[in-house]
Design a protein around this ligand. Sequence first.
Ligand code: HEC
Ligand code: HEC
Ligand code: HEC
Ligand code: HEC
Ligand code: HEC
Length: 204
Amino acid sequence: MVPALGLLKGIAVVGATLFIWYYFSPEYTEVGYQPKQPIDYSHKLHAGDLGIDCRYCHSSVENTAFAGIPSTQVCMNCHSMIGKDNPKLAPLYESWNTGKPIEWVRVHDLPDYAYFNHSLHIHAGVSCKSCHGDVSRMEKVTRKEALSMGWCLDCHRNPAPHLRPRSQVTNMNWEASPEDQRLAQSLVSSGKISPSLQCSACHR
Ligand code: HEC
Ligand code: HEC
Ligand code: HEC
Ligand code: HEC
Ligand code: HEC
């Protein structure tokens, strides 16, 4: 009896340890995930210091489910003139000359059984910053949120603190005034903005 119990306890401890290791390790939550990219592209330089709007490169974010990753052509709008001799840009020119797209590594990727749509969030006035953090200060894009179901639902239950005028969704430095906060609250209490909690909204 006693040795068997001891064994069971042992298994329980190993199980609990594996459970904790699995659920709290970055591989699971993926917060902080920052893959190596084929080009040392900096959002801090382009979106921060140079002030290029997010939509210049992520041009489908307002109108489709996907934000989109810019093609080599978009980079070449500037880099056909700027940076010819910069070795950091060599892979860009190679892509341009060969016609082979750059293989950017995805930072955020939901499982296929979950449905997400950018344009619906942008139109409701949810900023990129609420879900991706202040990308304009990132040298390399880092995952800021777990993108778990609980995270989606937390905001769907209480969206008001995340709403702003649509014109400000890509402005990483925007702060809500008391008037903005009142407006956001009234959009939610009047039901004009009411994110779904139905399983079928996200699992179709
Ligand atoms: C000059 C072009 C350009 C601009 C401007 C730009 N981005 Fe990007 N963005 C890229 C490229 C290229 C990638 C893919 C490489 C990477 O992840 O760094 C990317 C990747 C991302 C990703 C990660 C996508 C994934 O794989 O999950 C996010 C999030 C993102 N951008 C948000 C923003 C936001 C927010 C802004 C505005 C503050 C912005 N970007 C401005 C070019 C741009
Ligand atoms: C609107 C103009 C513009 C666009 C579009 C643009 N860049 Fe740039 N990029 C610049 C400028 C300006 C610099 C700074 C050049 C310098 O300091 O010599 C720069 C610098 C760079 C550098 C060098 C950074 C360093 O530390 O030396 C890389 C790499 C780069 N860009 C990649 C990209 C990629 C990849 C894209 C497309 C996703 C892109 N850029 C799109 C304007 C642009
Ligand atoms: C409500 C949260 C939310 C907001 C707001 C949001 N994103 Fe995303 N973003 C996500 C999620 C979730 C994914 C992963 C989607 C997937 O895997 O299907 C993602 C993926 C991306 C990607 C990867 C390519 C793609 O299209 O899936 C880019 C680039 C991106 N977002 C940029 C932006 C930009 C730029 C903005 C603001 C204009 C923005 N996002 C606003 C949650 C958000
Ligand atoms: C920061 C707040 C926020 C986060 C995080 C968020 N959402 Fe939303 N979501 C909203 C708002 C606001 C709306 C718009 C509701 C409206 O227009 O009435 C919305 C709408 C939607 C819709 C359209 C159906 C509807 O409710 O009208 C889907 C689908 C959706 N979200 C999926 C997701 C998924 C999946 C995630 C997580 C990966 C997520 N959302 C994360 C705020 C958020
Ligand atoms: C606002 C969007 C949203 C709603 C509403 C939603 N889910 Fe999810 N769900 C997700 C996302 C996103 C994931 C993927 C999470 C991940 O990758 O960790 C997910 C994952 C799941 C999973 C996989 C296991 C897990 O927890 O990761 C199950 C099962 C599930 N959802 C069931 C449901 C049921 C049942 C409902 C209704 C009561 C529901 N979901 C409502 C967004 C949603």
